[in-house]
Design a protein around this ligand. Sequence first.
Ligand SMILES: [Zn+2]
Ligand SMILES: [Zn+2]
Length: 170
Amino acid sequence: MRIASSPCERHLLPLIEHGIHLHIRLMPPEPARTAPRPAARNLPRNYALVLDVIRSPGRHHHRTAIEIFDETRARNPDVGFATVHRGLGRLVELGLIAKVELPGGAAALYESETGAHAHLRCRRCGAVRDVDATVIPEALAERVRRDADFVLDAAGATFLGVCRTCGGER
Ligand SMILES: [Zn+2]
Ligand SMILES: [Zn+2]
């Protein structure tokens, strides 16, 4: 979540300065066995291939349409970009994948994690990680609701910062 727009900024920055700690739980690297993925039935063969490309590295991977196209093409050279592009749109429509547009990101990213979650994005290397929607503590949400008449929503929020690889503090 980028705290840049004015009414929230005035209320949020003092809160953070006064030591509200954000306990961030990273999403587990592999899918929980109890949460089966939505079935992909009756998909055109090329769309099913695109879905498989997106799902194959596991959850919590975010890739651009171009990256997905490159990998799809590596598996089947006959698939064109237009097909991949249409396939991505259809898969999003069906709820089989999610499309995310992050602040500071040049291109939309696609991922197989369709549950509500927030993102951490490194300002330096652009790495994106998933965090679960409890990233905004109830006390902070309540304070913002009261002081700014604004309901914070962690689902879809993006926090910009610096990752450990790029020298972020531990
Ligand atoms: Zn980084
Ligand atoms: Zn994500």
